[in-house]
Design a protein around this ligand. Structure first.
Ligand code: ASP
Length: 418
């Protein structure tokens, strides 16, 4: 926490350490779209019949919805127990508002843009009009998934003699991409260090953290509860011990923590779920990319607590039906949140508007929580990807596609090519 106090320390990190983290994130983003394409096509074509795909799809969406509603409910429960009324002194509030009003108005503008579309807009958005355009933008992951599923199903429906070479191509491509992920991961330890060092030097005004302590601790307790729930559910339904799950997922969790982005972490999440948790490709390749974009338990739990915190701290009483509104809107908002840093806060604006918080209070409220948003974003992203892994295990178990772990190393075939 102290490097930013030394003269030159900040500049050194910015110039020489930050780029390592940036390169690493770029590499992960670079590989995400090719990975989704190759692995999902291979996954679907391995299924052999479409009814299995329908089964996996239905269960995935069902489990995702249930886990999100559970997360929001836990968030509300904790927020109501914590009681934030009067927890922020007026002078601290003014200070927070001063320091962060710019950031807050940026989030509000982004939310207004999201909201100006109709209720079915997200379905419309899922269907691309040009696949190359969709592939050119990492933010259009759902469009790519739509195209790939469409392609995979059509591949299942044609004459096997004709589909065989196409399948063989994607099979080989998939192996190449997975090897690229292995190679990228070789720099992960240095990159994680670089990302965290950059965050530390870029953090301003750490004193304000303390004022927001009760709120931040409530979010962290809620997130930890979610991890506890995942471990219990995995143990009950698959018999896998908590240590097994945490050991398998810890590299992906560390990466989620340091990048604050489920999308950037996706290649590693997929690899860990498949090779270390033992979920077969047919399930992993569908459940993980879809989960990265639509299943965000950590984000929805945070939105519930943040919404109650803002309302209570600003003396805006919430009735029971307004709390129910939070359940519905936070569930939908977490589906709509992009899997990138800070996205959860944009959608929080929509949750707060839905409960009727006046615009002036809303701006103050957002400015209020801005100071601690990044560390909480890091923690909620860990929960987001852990939730995806849990659902992958449950779906895998329920369709008989959960096996033994089979880790691969980057140098498995190195001897043959020397
Ligand atoms: N950063 C989160 C994620 O990528 C989204 C959010 O809560 O802001 O999963």
């Amino acid at each position: 926490m102290g490097l930013y106090k030394f003269e030159g320390g900040q500049g050194f990190v910015q110039d020489w350490i930050k780029p390592i983290g940036k390169i690493f994130i770029n590499l992960l983003k670079l590989i995400a779209i090719p990975l989704i394409i190759a692995s999902l096509i291979k996954g679907i074509s391995d299924l052999k019949d479409i009814s299995k795909f329908r089964q996996i799809g239905g269960r995935t969406i069902g489990f995702y919805l249930i886990s999100t509603v559970v997360a929001v409910s836990i968030g509300l429960l904790i927020a109501n127990i914590a009681q934030f009324k009067g927890s922020i002194a007026p002078e601290t509030l003014a200070e927070l508002q001063n320091a962060y009003s710019d950031g807050a108005s940026g989030k509000m503008a982004a939310a207004a843009q999201q909201k100006s579309s109709g209720p079915l807009q997200f379905v419309v958005d899922m269907v691309p009009s040009n696949i190359f355009k969709a592939m050119a933008d990492n933010g259009s992951m759902l469009q790519v998934i739509f195209f790939v599923i469409f392609f995979g199903i059509s591949l299942l429906l044609i004459d096997p003699k004709k589909s065989a070479p196409v399948k063989a191509f994607f099979d080989g491509l998939n192996d190449v991409i997975l090897k690229m992920v292995d190679l990228i991961m070789l720099i992960a330890p240095y990159a994680v260090f670089a990302l965290l060092a950059t965050l530390v030097v870029e953090t301003t005004n750490p004193d304000l953290f303390i004022a927001l302590g009760k709120y931040a601790i409530s979010v962290v307790i809620g997130l930890a509860t979610m991890i506890g729930i995942y471990l219990t559910i995995v143990y009950i339904f698959t018999g896998r011990k908590p240590g097994f799950f945490m050991k398998a997922m810890s590299p992906a969790q560390l990466l989620a923590f340091s990048t604050s982005s489920s999308a950037a972490t996706l290649p590693v999440t997929m690899e860990r779920v498949e090779e270390h948790l033992g979920v077969e490709k047919e399930v992993t390749s569908f459940v993980c990319p879809v989960g990265a974009t639509i299943n965000m338990d950590g984000t929805s739990l945070y939105q519930a607590i943040a919404a109650v915190f803002i309302c209570q701290a600003l003396d805006f009483d919430l009735s029971f039906s307004q709390q129910l509104t939070i359940v519905v809107t936070a569930t939908l908002a977490s589906i709509g949140s992009a899997a990138v840093p800070g996205a959860g806060m944009v959608m929080l604006v929509i949750v707060l508007e839905a409960v009727g918080l006046p615009a002036d209070k809303l701006a103050i409220g957002l400015a209020m929580i801005f100071a601690v948003d990044r560390p909480l974003d890091m923690c909620r992203t860990v929960v987001n990807i852990s939730g995806d892994a849990t659902v992958a295990m449950l779906v895998g178990k329920s369709v008989g596609k959960l096996g033994e772990p089979r880790p691969k190393n980057w140098d498995d075939h190195l001897e043959n090519v020397r």
